[in-house]
Design a protein around this ligand. Structure first.
Ligand SMILES: *[C@@H]1O[C@H](CO)[C@@H](O)[C@H](O)[C@H]1NC(C)=O
Ligand SMILES: *[C@@H]1O[C@H](CO)[C@@H](O)[C@H](O)[C@H]1NC(C)=O
Ligand SMILES: *[C@@H]1O[C@H](CO)[C@@H](O)[C@H](O)[C@H]1NC(C)=O
Ligand SMILES: *[C@@H]1O[C@H](CO)[C@@H](O)[C@H](O)[C@H]1NC(C)=O
Ligand SMILES: *[C@@H]1O[C@H](CO)[C@@H](O)[C@H](O)[C@H]1NC(C)=O
Ligand SMILES: *[C@@H]1O[C@H](CO)[C@@H](O)[C@H](O)[C@H]1NC(C)=O
Length: 552
């Protein structure tokens, strides 16, 4: 802490003398291994980071340089993505197979990225295979710099609450199911910070609170496919931030957290001192909901147990849609913004292109595949971003194999590498059309976007009249309800190749993802960084000479 302040002061002085100064560095060394734990009461294989499940929290501040040396001691190639971190000019660190070669077993790779102009609550998780089903996930928060006012009083403490659905099978068994053409189907349980709990009055408290104090809980759904409702017995939650934006501070009894989403809430320990349950329960699952609890304890409560009567979950998805409509960006809160020019006035920018992405589930050669506009993505042995950088894209993939207007009826699905060519700086509208009868959660790497609408039915241009063009939350993940659509707006101002994926791992693994190539023909370091020297190489570029680097 003291060191960080010192560096900041030095920078101010140096700035006047136009001496270059660097933002502070945070260093982490992570050992990724298998371990055995019993999240559902029965021992099973899990993925640990430095022996921890969930993994360690990255605790950073705006503009910090984060250096994470990841040692892969699994028996399979491995990558982590930093969900919601924008990696300006640097899709090389995004941790997805389209822009990185995976870290081979027994080797290490050092991620280097800056949490530039960002604040808020994020998570990281594995993107290779079905590793996320075994762990390897954790929290990543970005505090505001000390000089930036935060629109609420400093909480007494700050905790991550990672919630997720869970299967009793190993990641390799689950992957085999998908490879053989079957779906994962219903999960077996729900976890809160890696454990499942029952309201039986037993168990250790997850958090201990002091009466009268206010705490921040950062709630993220790190699961594979299931939306979860989160609530705390006897307490309300004041929402202050979500996915990197300060929001209008509404008070909620419960929150629906869809896959890949994070909410930061303030909770005041203002009730009778005793134990209370936090509850996470599945939404929209056929059959009875899966429920997990965790105990929060008032330090002065003398361990008086929590009441076994849990607060009820909402019913149906209309409730969830209404909750989405209450989420508003706080336009007057100061915070680092990646794209300050235009952020307030995104509603006044003319749309240059409209993309419509329709998801589908169907069989290809007898096996289940998920697709976007009839194209089911497959990762080639060479990351498309590398092929583009080396100037040999045609050896690896074709651009624009997918149409950007979904056909009214998707009759044929093809398995191809799905890379869309978009123009640097275009202001784009993306409509996610969900014609299926299941929930969807979509995520875009490299950017935050304005979530302007989610509505039931079919999108038409007239629906633009209903967009929230004032205070839609700037975020990176958006859910789409069954037989509904969602609209987002964004400027493609971050050069690189960026993944748009279903946050539901089964869907992305079986093809419901694509890449957008935001190509800057200038090959200038002002717009994009060079392939890092330490990047593992693979596929056709492995033995090619490195291309001429970008220059200033
Ligand atoms: C990682 O953990 C494994 C298993 O505990 C151990 O054998 C190995 O030495 C560790 N590697 C590093 C780099 O710490
Ligand atoms: C995280 O970082 C913030 C800001 O530097 C600091 O106040 C806090 O003590 C840190 N928390 C932990 C658990 O290290
Ligand atoms: C692997 O870790 C070592 C330190 O143990 C480090 O010097 C080296 O740069 C790392 N390799 C990569 C590719 O990041
Ligand atoms: C928005 O942020 C401002 C500035 O910090 C704060 O004063 C205000 O209460 C916040 N507004 C809402 C509705 O939360
Ligand atoms: C947006 O489009 C309208 C109508 O085509 C045009 O009059 C206006 O000048 C455009 N605005 C900008 C900022 O380009
Ligand atoms: C991408 O689109 C731009 C603008 O339309 C065009 O100039 C460029 O040739 C396209 N690139 C590829 C690889 O198709």
């Amino acid at each position: 802490m003291a060191a960080a302040v010192l560096i900041f002061l030095l920078c101010l002085t140096a700035g006047a003398l136009t001496v270059r100064c660097e933002d502070p560095y945070l260093y982490y060394t992570w050992n990724v291994t298998y371990g055995t734990l019993s999240p559902l009461g029965i021992p099973q294989q899990v993925i640990l980071i430095n022996g921890q499940f969930p993994g360690p929290t990255i605790n950073s501040t705006t503009n910090n340089n984060v250096v994470v040396n990841v040692f892969n001691n699994l028996d399979e190639p491995f990558l982590l993505t930093w969900n919601g971190i924008q990696h300006r000019k640097n899709s090389w660190q995004d941790g997805v197979l389209g822009t990185m070669c995976p870290i081979a077993p027994g080797t290490n790779y050092t991620y280097r990225f800056q949490v530039k102009d960002q604040i808020g609550t994020y998570m990281y998780y594995p993107t290779t295979g079905l590793h996320r089903a075994a762990g390897g996930f954790g929290g990543l928060n970005v505090h505001s710099r000390i000089v930036i006012p935060v629109p609420y009083a400093q909480p007494e403490d700050d905790f991550y609450v990672l919630i997720n659905d869970w299967y009793g099978k190993s990641h390799s068994e689950l992957r085999k199911m998908l490879d053989s053409g079957r779906t994962l189907a219903r999960p077996q349980g729900v976890l809160i910070n890696g454990k499942s709990g029952k309201p039986d009055g037993k168990g250790e408290p997850l958090f201990t609170l002091k009466s009268g104090k206010t705490y921040k809980f950062r709630i993220c759904n790190v699961g594979l496919r299931t939306s979860l409702n989160f609530r705390i017995q006897g307490h309300t939650m004041k929402l202050v931030e979500m996915e990197g934006s300060h929001v209008v501070q509404n008070v909620y009894q419960s929150l629906d957290v869809h896959i890949g989403q994070c909410f930061a809430v303030l909770v005041t320990a203002d009730q009778t001192p005793k134990d209370y349950y936090m509850v996470a329960s599945s939404r929209f699952l056929k059959g009875s909901p899966l429920i997990s609890t965790a105990i929060i304890r008032y330090a002065d409560g003398q361990g008086v147990p929590a009441s076994p009567e849990l607060p009820k979950a909402p019913v149906g998805w209309a409730w969830s849609l209404n909750q989405f409509r209450t989420l508003r960006w706080n336009l007057t809160a100061s915070a680092a913004r990646p794209n300050p020019q235009g952020s307030y006035h995104y509603g006044e920018i003319n749309i240059t292109r409209t993309f419509k992405f329709a998801n589908s589930a169907s069989k290809v050669d007898g096996k289940l595949r998920y697709a976007i506009n009839g194209v089911s993505h497959t990762n080639p042995a060479t990351p498309p971003k590398f092929a583009e950088y080396y100037g040999i894209p045609e050896k690896v993939f074709k651009y624009d194999v997918m149409g950007v207007e979904a056909a009214a009826k998707i009759s044929k699905v093809s398995i191809e590498t799905n890379v869309l060519n978009v123009t640097f700086h275009d202001f784009v509208e993306i409509i996610f059309e969900n014609r299926e009868n299941t929930m969807q959660s979509w995520h875009l790497d490299g950017y935050s976007f304005f979530a302007v609408a989610i509505e039931p039915g079919t999108w038409t241009p007239e629906k633009r009249k209903n967009y929230n063009l004032q205070d839609g939350v700037s975020r990176h993940t958006i859910q789409v309800f069954p037989k509904s659509w969602a609209a987002i707006l964004l400027t493609f101002d971050n050069a690189g190749m960026w993944n748009i994926r279903s946050e539901m791992r089964e869907r992305a693994y079986l093809g419901q993802e694509l890449y957008v190539s935001v190509y800057s023909p200038r090959r200038s370091l002002k717009e994009e960084y060079n392939l890092p020297d330490n990047a593992p190489l693979c596929g056709v570029v492995a033995n090619l000479p490195k291309p001429e680097p970008y220059n200033a």
